[in-house]
Write a protein that binds this ligand. Sequence first.
Ligand SMILES: [Zn+2]
Length: 339
Amino acid sequence: MTFLDSNVILKVVDSFRQDYKVKLSDLHSAYIEKEKVVKVAPVKNGQHLTDSWKVYGDSLYDYVTILLDEKLPYSSRMEIHPSRIIVDIFGATSNTNWITQLSSVKEIKNAWYEQPEDDVMRVIIELKHQQHWGYKIFYSENNKLTVRVRRQPTVLDLSHLKIAIDAGHGGDNIGATGVTSGIKEKDYTLLIAKELSRQMLKKKAKVTMTRDKDTTLSMFERIQMLDQQNPHLLISVHLNSSSRDSVNGVSTYYRYIGFRPLSQSILKSLLQTGLGEFGNVGNFNFSLNGPTDYPNCLVEVAFLSNKNDEKKIRDPKFRQMVAAKMVAGLEDFLKHVSQ
Ligand SMILES: [Zn+2]
């Protein structure tokens, strides 16, 4: 449903196997893993009123901050045409009559609220640019809910961007295996990721990788690493597998609609390799499609369960072409954004 900052107050109303059911507002509930919850003494029940807001920028980001009297749960989503970030704050009733907006903002065009339900306050942040570049929601001091908005980079060229590349699986986690040769997904995602890194570096991009060896990494560790690296964009490389050996082709995946254009450009470019089209898949619940911080795209290059796809993946020349098409797709995306 959403990522929550730590120390958010949730009201537990039921228990179901490994999860608690929590009440967010009169009409909304959610589930959360018990191991992520710490019980505290009951907090103030009933209405939570919101205080004043501030909309401003520093040298790197734009911010919307909202003073609350408690760390209330929230969920967020992206909208396109017009591009907006929508944050619902559960349990909050607006008492805000003061939204200070400073000229230091560069990406936020407008910020306002609606009260769709008595105990749900909706924050609407309208962006200047069509493309979403990401945002992060967290609490800073004094229960101040903060939405930190990433600005569109001023120079939309690989030489000015930091690109994160994630090679899927690794170490104990081998992933899929080749249907005729038994090759391991983890080895070939790394080969493609390294080739992609080489070609990005040639374009003078800054490149970070979640792994450049045969390392075991959990999804949580990858997300934390990416949080540190703070890239402009992320590409995750995987190889697909199906129980039906006729299924083949390339596919790209996104979770949030605002990040779809990146995955579309990369797929369009990769189709020039001659691979079949498995498709562009939305709303995908892959861990590394989860961060809202930067546009991200999962690429499932081809099916290791399909003989023809497998043969292609084993060919170093083909992998070079795959990497080149990913770079070209990324450049197409940047060109399209700057138009
Ligand atoms: Zn995989």
